[in-house]
Design a protein around this ligand. Structure first.
Ligand code: NCD
Ligand code: ZN
Length: 345
């Protein structure tokens, strides 16, 4: 039995760090596990211009523990008013690593998102030309569509056209949850990739209702049927360079989860590597973990691989029921459960 696993330092390609007290409380968890992370721009108000992104990056750096060498990679929140020149300037000056497309009202703080993707043509042309990745929350918001079909319908109605119209545009379909997404990304050319969260590897939709309504299993896109979970797991451990680690860690204070109309989002940052590693071990794919966690994403983004390594060892850890207090009290993913591996400091 493998007792220790050492891999190149990993990156997290999808993180919500929030702002203010929550940022101060959670930044250290991501910075402890990962060398770099793609930081989502869905603050209120959203991060739509270069100055706001640079200021947010400074707040993140200020929130890190002393001695941390963590690098936040900032993203631009696309709106209907997105300005191609501002975006290009932010990318070329190294402030932005990517653009994030939220269909309007698809998820937390997406009210300013895009209402008509086709109207973004000039922006997408620019991204394609300068090699700036487009990160997509791939769900329709059409109330006629069954909630569990939102991702599949987005692929059918929008993503296929987008990939055909912008064949050289780098697209990351974020936090994929369905067999249809796995199939689409697998069949597409090398410009299309996907991130995968730990919760979509561990949970199917039964988790939402097991023993009563379970708000801490609620995230967007919502967890799906078992056959979809199995397809996403197979993709993650396949070794394909199209699939890489993106936790979508999304902390909300406990009260905002455990209420009527509770928020979507799972806070998985504290034990993210441990959570993913459990899946790779169950799938007999420990030797493919490094590619998923530390190589595929950087190569897709065109960034250098990290120097240095991290080590995980087989040592059981019980995940706390609650982390933080007051306005930062958050229930972590796997709360109360025992995981078999631990990241060694
Ligand atoms: C995210 C959040 O809370 O910001 N929530 C979530 O369920 N994943 C937004 C998002 O990525 O959809
Ligand atoms: Zn997210």
């Amino acid at each position: 039995m493998t007792e220790r696993l050492t891999i190149r330092r990993p990156d997290d390609w999808h993180v919500h760090l929030r702002d203010g007290a929550m940022l101060s409380a959670v930044a250290r968890y991501t910075a402890r596990q990962f060398a770099r992370a793609i930081i989502m721009p869905n603050l209120s108000p959203p991060v739509t211009d270069v100055a706001a992104a640079a200021a947010y990056r400074d707040r993140i750096l200020a929130a890190l523990p002393a001695g941390s060498d963590f690098t936040p990679l900032m993203t631009c929140y696309l709106t209907d008013a997105a300005d191609a020149q501002e975006i290009a300037r932010g990318f070329e000056t190294g402030v932005w690593a990517a653009c994030k497309l939220y269909p309007a009202n698809a998820t937390t703080n997406s009210a300013h998102g895009v209402t008509d993707i086709r109207a973004l043509g000039p922006v997408l042309e620019t991204l394609q030309r300068i090699g700036m990745p487009l990160l997509i929350h791939g769900e329709v918001t059409d109330p006629e569509v069954d909630f569990f079909d939102r991702e599949k319908v987005f692929i059918d109605r929008t993503l296929g056209h987008l990939v055909r119209d912008f064949p050289a545009l780098k697209i990351v379909l974020e936090h994929i949850t369905t067999a249809e997404a796995v199939d689409f990304v697998t069949a597409a050319g090398p410009t299309v990739a996907a991130t995968i969260t730990p919760q979509h590897l561990h949970l199917n939709r039964n988790a939402l209702f097991a023993g009563g309504l379970q708000p801490h299993a609620f995230c967007l896109p919502v967890v799906k049927r078992e056959r979809h979970r199995l397809a996403v797991r197979a993709a993650a451990v396949s070794g394909s360079a199209k699939f890489f680690l993106g936790t979508d860690t999304a902390p909300h204070v406990r009260e905002r989860k455990e209420m009527a109309c509770g928020c979507a989002g799972i806070f998985n940052a504290p034990y993210a590597l441990e959570s993913y590693l459990a899946v790779f071990e169950e799938e007999g794919a420990l030797e493919r973990f490094e590619g998923f966690a530390s190589e595929h994403g950087a190569r897709f983004y065109g960034l250098p691989l990290n120097e240095g390594t991290v080590t995980l060892e087989r040592r059981a850890v019980t995940v706390p029921d609650l982390l933080g207090a007051g306005e930062t009290a958050v229930v972590p993913f796997h709360a109360g459960q025992t995981l078999a591996w631990q990241l060694v400091d």
